[in-house]
Design a protein around this ligand. Structure first.
Ligand SMILES: [Zn+2]
Length: 291
């Protein structure tokens, strides 16, 4: 190609490269889902799958809901998809036998429905979807499934208890925000229950272009009037409309991309390690316990 027509060296070429780079950093369209990845069910194909033996399936589950005023409604969908994909890609390098499924976008959100366009799918509906996906995987010979959950309102423990009694599978639940809670206070200065410093930091690290910091509320939430609930030994579901007027429980002040990246890196390293160990461990009669 003549020097003057080389796309990177002409003005038009520079603009095209620039547009391309902008495009790939936006939303979920990243470089890695523009190519075939054998760890990614969305992009691989029958030809490649037929030559592989997959050991572990990763199923990300999220929610579409209000996150204070400044974070995208797709917050849980975006961060959970990112984490599941990144961990699957890293684990693939260690075992070549993990497959990441597309994220189930919706979650249990009946207690946030006062906020416009929050979408609620009931737990039984979600369980039915997850159950049928696990049964499909089992049909294809995959007996180890890891659910990576990104929304506190989703609760898969009863389903896992039941399905392991019904069919010969091992299902593991990972609420990703808890994976590095032992290091939380070394990274963050404020507690985050919903859309506070941690979630805002994660968004700043992963998709800063989707944040509107100027409209953020302070996340100050009304406290319970009963000591037992304040102490946490009694549980009740929270109607988020009664906490404050901006659907948050945690102050986003002090958030930074650097904090978000540190937390996500740690979470991903730990999950990846588990995925690789799980993939490389055969199921015997004592699995998942020691021999
Ligand atoms: Zn969230």
């Amino acid at each position: 190609m003549p020097e003057q027509l080389h796309p990177r060296k002409t003005e038009l070429g520079r603009i095209l490269v620039l547009l391309h780079n902008v495009h790939i950093t936006k939303g979920t369209m990243t470089k890695e889902n523009q190519k075939i990845n054998e760890w990614d069910l969305t992009s691989t194909n029958l030809h490649r799958i037929s030559q592989r033996k997959y050991e572990v399936a990763i199923l990300p589950v999220a929610a579409v809901e209000a996150h204070n005023r400044h974070l995208p409604e797709g917050q849980d969908l975006l961060h959970t998809t990112h984490i599941a994909r990144r961990c699957s890609e890293m684990a693939w390098k260690k075992c070549q036998s993990v497959i990441c499924l597309p994220t189930l976008p919706y979650g249990v959100d009946c207690n946030l429905l006062s906020y416009p366009l929050t979408i609620h799918v009931s737990q039984p509906t979600l369980d039915a979807m997850v159950r049928e996906i696990i049964v499909s995987l089992h049909t294809h010979g995959i007996r180890k499934v890891v659910i990576i959950n990104g929304h506190g309102g989703n609760d898969f423990k009863p389903l896992i208890r039941q399905i392991q009694c019904d069919i010969d599978v091992h299902v593991f639940l990972c609420n990703w925000w808890l994976v590095a809670s032992d290091r939380y206070n070394q990274i963050f200065t404020k507690k985050d229950d919903h859309a506070g410093q941690m979630e805002t930091s994660v968004a700043m690290a992963l998709y800063p272009q989707l944040i509107e910091p100027n409209v953020a509320g302070d996340g100050k939430a009304r406290q319970f009037r009963f000591k037992a609930l304040q102490k946490g030994w009694l549980y009740t579901s929270r109607d988020f409309a009664r906490l404050n007027d901006h659907c948050a429980a945690g102050d986003p002040a002090g958030a930074s991309a650097e904090k978000g990246a540190r937390y996500i890196d740690l979470v991903c390293r730990r999950i990846t390690q588990f995925l690789a160990e799980l993939a490389n461990t055969p199921i015997d009669e004592n699995f998942p316990y020691k021999p």
